[in-house]
Design a protein around this ligand. Structure first.
Ligand SMILES: Cc1ncc(COP(=O)(O)O)c(C=O)c1O
Length: 398
């Protein structure tokens, strides 16, 4: 990071993030350039956001054209792009409806409000059924709803008391979830693949058992696809691999390829729990955000990216597995699917992330021991090859 930016960061910004090692000034495809002119292969994608990489020409044109046409008008008025985006997204969901917001944590807030509306509808009275069960080590955001749903000391510490009405159970342990269900519970909220805690997938069989438990007890199954959705695993939503149908989905991050957006989808019978005035946000579904999300869908569909991700990622993951076998003293295991992969190390990930960066590959640490690899959805096979070469050279160092 150059001296000017360094000074501005240390003098004028609240120090809530770890001091960044580098500062980025431009990007193209899977590559970014820092303020000292160094180029990197970006396998962070802005933490699973830059779905089409950086400065995708068609995405940039769509957003720029829309910026010259109509940026924002609030939900006092309709805008055709919000309708079009909902219709386009509905090709990837069962029958239901969408509500747009601006981030992942806001999407989860909306899911928690939906859970409470459902609780009132089935209990006949407000405040009787309001508890949401979430998984240990899950991450659902930093607002009060998001934090309460995230049972981690590093997220909740300093901010208690938490919003009431949350309980936690063990991922991939159906009995642990069953044990938490009583007359106060109205929903289960779960990431299909836990991202922030180190790429921990929910087993397909466990997801099917959870679906059955929710149906049996009249609980909503709320799936947080903020990080693993929008095509990242080779299906539009990661839960599709398990063949289940959730009652509602939260999404954000990659959905608009870098422009802030969040959304929930709610299955048809529950969507009408939200009535005029019950929820809303000034910025939700602006023409600009929707144009960015439509451009991402165009990019995915025109280029048949889901099929390419499935094919290319299988080969890449196989070669990562070979690397893991060659360095058993350093790599514990590989987890994930598609372009959301975690390399679980025997030590802390930060020194590896720094060495990879020095050799030109940007990655994201996760949990206590995981390096996350999150390339853009349209990454080339040559870039995947390069990531393997850089990883191999760092792992080969003493
Ligand atoms: C699964 C999941 N849910 C929610 C969030 C919060 O999203 P945002 O940072 O957009 O509020 C994240 C962010 O990392 C996430 O990974």
């Amino acid at each position: 990071m150059n001296d000017v930016t360094q000074r501005q960061y240390s003098n004028h910004l609240i120090q809530n993030y770890a001091p960044p090692a580098i500062s980025l000034v431009k990007g193209s495809g899977s590559r970014v350039t820092d303020d000292e002119g160094r180029e990197y292969l970006d396998f962070t994608s802005g933490i699973a956001v830059n779905a089409l990489g950086h400065a995708d020409p068609e995405w940039a044109k769509a957003v720029s054209d829309q910026a010259h046409t109509l940026v924002h008008c609030s939900n006092l008025f309709g805008n055709p792009l919000q309708g079009e985006l909902a219709e386009r997204l509905s090709r990837y969901t069962p029958k239901g409806r969408f509500l747009f917001c601006n981030s992942g944590t806001e999407a989860n807030e909306a899911l928690i409000k939906l859970a409470r509306l459902h609780g009132r509808a089935i209990a006949g009275e407000e405040g009787k059924r309001y508890t949401v069960i979430t998984a240990e080590n899950g991450f659902h955001g930093r607002t009060f709803g998001g934090m309460a749903a995230t049972p981690q000391e590093k997220i909740q510490g300093g901010f208690r008391p938490m919003l009431p009405g949350f309980r936690h159970a063990k991922l991939n342990d159906i009995q642990s979830f069953r044990d938490q269900v009583d007359d106060s519970v109205c929903a289960i909220l779960l990431e299909t693949i836990q991202g922030e805690s180190g790429i921990n997938p929910a087993d397909p069989g466990f997801l099917r058992e959870l679906r059955a438990l929710c149906t049996e007890k009249n609980l909503l199954l709320l799936i947080d696809e903020v990080q693993c959705g929008a095509g990242r695993t080779g299906k539009f939503f990661a839960y599709e691999h398990a063949g289940i149908e959730p009652d509602a989905i939260g999404m954000a991050k990659g959905l608009a390829g870098g422009f802030p957006i969040g959304a929930i989808w709610v299955a048809e019978p529950y969507a009408s729990l939200f009535t005029p005035g019950s929820h809303g946000t000034t910025f939700g579904g602006t023409p600009l955000a929707c144009s960015a999300a439509i451009a991402v869908l165009d990019g995915i569909e025109k280029n048949d990216l889901l099929a390419t991700i499935t094919r290319q990622s299988a080969d890449w993951i196989n070669r990562l597995q070979e690397l893991a076998k060659r360095f058993p003293g350093k790599i514990k295991e590989l987890r994930g699917k598609g372009y959301l992969v975690g390399i679980s190390m025997t030590d802390a990930p930060a020194p590896y992330v720094a060495k990879l960066r020095e050799k030109g590959l940007l990655t994201v640490p996760a949990g206590n021991n995981t390096i996350r690899l999150i390339p853009p959805l349209n990454v080339t096979s040559a870039d995947l090859d390069e990531s393997l070469r850089i990883l191999e050279s760092v792992l080969g160092e003493e």
